[in-house]
Ligand binder design. Structure first.
Ligand code: AMP
Ligand code: GLY
Length: 428
């Protein structure tokens, strides 16, 4: 089989890495890819939103399956475009991807189908939003309605922060159209967890849980990013709570989308907070998480191509998905300045050889004159596997310390939440 992966980040590197291991896959293409992906796949210089060129390439090369990584093309309708041309493609149709594309749409679905989430209201007029926020008080959460690369959320602990966020989104247009509608949401306290699921209409196969680290600095300080690191499993969140999340959130969401006439076929990303009242949704995405994918796929025992094909052909119900009993930690190394404006083109040195237990997924890299250079805000996802999180964390940080580029920064505490809880339990 020939497979085409669309995208150029760490998530796509992880997808290519896993797909290339399948005995059924003879060739992997990636559009546009990056310097790390180029060691496993044939990179083709086509942008993720150039549907016509991507479909033409898939036809010409007789690609058997195309897998879409990022949200932009999904929301633009790339899956519909490929299907209209008889091309097999994995991902949700445009009208299902709206679960990610519009927070107001997602909130309305949750309300209608009684899926647990924070109380909210959505606004297009700044003065009305401001009045509501002042009435509610802090802590409160302000979210741009549309896509904002993971940066459209302000968790305001003081009223002044909430007011500044509203002004930035609704008066100064920092997220352009994506911020013209704003969702104001109840602050939810509790541990966070991500569950990605393979979904094919009503059939849901949840993957192993993971936890992301959104703020840029240690101890969850500083502005939010696309994600600074992940780990899996999440041992301090009880299996029964995971089950509750599947039964009260994930399965009902898939059913809701079928009932709405927008069946979801692809990866459903549920970002959850474990509140006193049980798990609640803070975010849906219509794709694999980045960097969640970098710790999930290395733990997947089954052949990913089999699962994708089953989903595309509507037979996920008969598909068995198996996981390894290990642990994974991914530490994101970011460019100087990220998540603000950052530099590109810095040479990266000290990259270790990838092994079965240490994989440096490239997120934003390019090759110029035989040198690997930085080419994005999130540059590398240093991922290690171990028998437990302690071992995986040690290995990931040992590798991260050996890698350097001008301005590089990374969090030093990825995985600590789980390890601290394990130690507390040990002492108890
Ligand atoms: P999102 O982009 O929606 O995942 O939000 C980014 C981060 O903001 C999340 O990972 C949470 O840490 C935080 N967040 C979002 N919504 C809420 C909420 N209602 N209550 C508390 N924290 C939230
Ligand atoms: N890591 C968060 C996301 O992929 O949206």
């Amino acid at each position: 089989m020939k497979v085409l992966v669309v995208g150029s980040g760490g998530r796509e590197h992880a997808l290519v890495w896993k797909l290339a291991q399948s005995p059924k896959v003879s060739q992997v293409f990636c559009a546009p890819g990056n310097a790390g992906i180029a060691s496993l796949a044939t990179c083709v210089a086509i942008g993720v939103n150039d549907f016509a060129s991507l479909a033409e390439f898939a036809q010409k090369e007789q690609v058997d399956l195309t897998v879409i990584g990022p949200e932009d093309p999904l929301l633009g309708g790339i899956v519909d475009y490929f299907e209209e041309r008889g091309l097999a493609v994995f991902g949700p149709a445009k009208e299902a991807a709206l679960l990610e594309g519009s927070k107001t749409f997602a909130k309305d679905i949750m309300k209608k189908y009684e899926i647990p989430t924070g109380a909210y209201r959505s606004f297009t007029a700044h003065n009305e939003a401001l009045a509501y926020v002042r009435e509610q008080g802090a802590p409160i959460v302000i979210k741009a309605d549309g896509l904002a690369a993971g940066k459209g959320v302000t968790v305001a602990h003081a009223l002044s922060e909430a007011e500044e966020a509203l002004a930035a989104m609704m008066l100064d247009g920092v997220f352009a159209e994506a911020g013209s509608t704003v969702v104001v949401e109840e602050y939810l306290a509790g541990e966070e967890m991500t569950i990605l699921s393979f979904v094919d209409g009503e059939t849901v196969i949840p993957m192993v849980p993971s936890q992301d680290h959104k703020p840029v600095y240690d101890g969850d300080k500083g502005p939010n990013t696309g994600g600074m690191g992940t780990y899996s499993p999440v041992p301090h969140i009880d299996e029964s709570i995971v089950r509750q999340a599947i039964d009260t959130i994930i399965v009902p969401t898939a059913k809701a989308m079928v009932a709405e006439g927008r069946p979801f076929r692809g990866i459903l990303y549920t970002g959850l907070i474990m509140t006193q009242e049980g798990p609640k949704v803070i975010e849906y995405n219509a794709r694999f998480g980045d960097p969640e994918t970098q710790v999930i796929l290395p733990r997947l025992q089954s052949d990913l191509v089999d699962i994708f094909l089953a989903a595309v052909e509507g037979r996920l119900a008969g598909c068995k998905v198996e996981w390894k009993n290990n642990a994974a930690v991914c530490v994101i190394m970011a460019a100087g300045g990220y998540p603000g404006p950052y530099t590109k083109g810095e040479e990266i040195t000290g990259l270790p050889e990838n092994t079965e237990e240490l994989i440096v997924f490239h997120a934003g890299t390019a090759e110029t004159n035989g040198r690997i250079v930085t080419n994005g805000g999130r540059v590398l996802g240093v991922t290690a596997l171990g028998k437990d999180l302690y071992e995986a964390q040690d290995k990931a940080y040992e590798a991260a310390r050996s890698i350097s580029f001008e301005g590089a920064h990374y969090r030093k505490d990825i995985g600590n939440k789980a390890l601290r809880q394990a130690e507390d339990r040990g002492r108890a």
